[in-house]
Design a protein around this ligand. Structure first.
Ligand SMILES: CC(C)(COP(=O)(O)OP(=O)(O)OC[C@H]1O[C@@H](n2cnc3c(N)ncnc32)[C@H](O)[C@@H]1OP(=O)(O)O)[C@@H](O)C(=O)NCCC(=O)NCCS
Length: 186
């Protein structure tokens, strides 16, 4: 069984170039603004526009959720909000969970921040929460994300054909998964 107290306790995870801190009310403005970024919306296949009230509600309720973990990605040097990630859909009996991450703007991508954040949270997921398996969905066109997930140990496990309809074109999604024994630290 997993260690549910590690899921309830919202940790701060400290890396060299990113800190992961509990997503909370203080992140509402940045979380809402990230939802407006057109390229991030395309990469994550986000059709729906979040209202400010929904963003506020989301950030305000993360600390109280005992069944998932939502962390903000913060720059250590100036505290700038860089994005957020989640361990969600936790199936305690199966010791498995889903993972998602989105840096909040394209200017933050391609600098190794997403990989470091992913490695930090996967270590916590496997070693502290005690998960055995973490899975995710990624669109087949998102080569940067796929490269990062592979480098952390994720392997492609399946293809969901025509999952996304975006501006008149259909795109496949890939199911990727990593087992505790397969985690790679670079
Ligand atoms: C996906 C995401 C978390 C990756 O984090 P990141 O900090 O941008 O990525 P990193 O800089 O750590 O690594 C990028 C890697 O992808 C590789 N890459 C970039 N573009 C690529 C491409 N077109 N084809 C293949 N590899 C590519 C880079 O070479 C680099 O690998 P390397 O360090 O081995 O050279 C981040 O870009 C992000 O949040 N993007 C916006 C939202 C999103 O796509 N979320 C994921 C939804 S599933």
């Amino acid at each position: 069984m997993i260690n549910t107290s590690a899921l309830r306790a919202k940790p701060t995870l400290t890396g060299e170039r990113v800190h992961l801190v509990p997503l909370g009310p203080e992140h509402t403005d940045a979380y809402f603004s990230a939802g407006l970024d057109t390229e991030v919306r395309r990469l994550t296949g986000t059709h729906r526009h979040l209202t400010y009230a929904e963003a506020r509600e989301w950030c305000a309720t993360r600390a109280g959720r005992t069944d998932r973990l939502d962390l903000a990605i913060i720059a250590p040097k100036d505290g700038r909000y860089l994005g957020e990630l989640s361990i969600y859909a936790v199936a305690a009996e199966n010791e498995s969970a889903g993972y998602r991450i989105a840096l909040s703007a394209i200017e933050f991508t391609g600098q190794g921040l997403g990989r470091e954040a992913t490695q930090l949270v996967l270590e916590y997921a496997f070693e502290s929460i005690g998960l055995h398996r973490v899975w995710l969905y990624v669109y087949a066109f998102n080569m940067r994300a796929i490269a990062v997930y592979r480098s952390c140990g994720f392997a492609v496990e399946g293809r969901l054909r025509d999952s996304l309809l975006w501006e008149g074109r259909r795109h496949d999604a890939l199911l990727m998964g990593v087992l505790r024994s397969g985690l790679r630290r670079t």
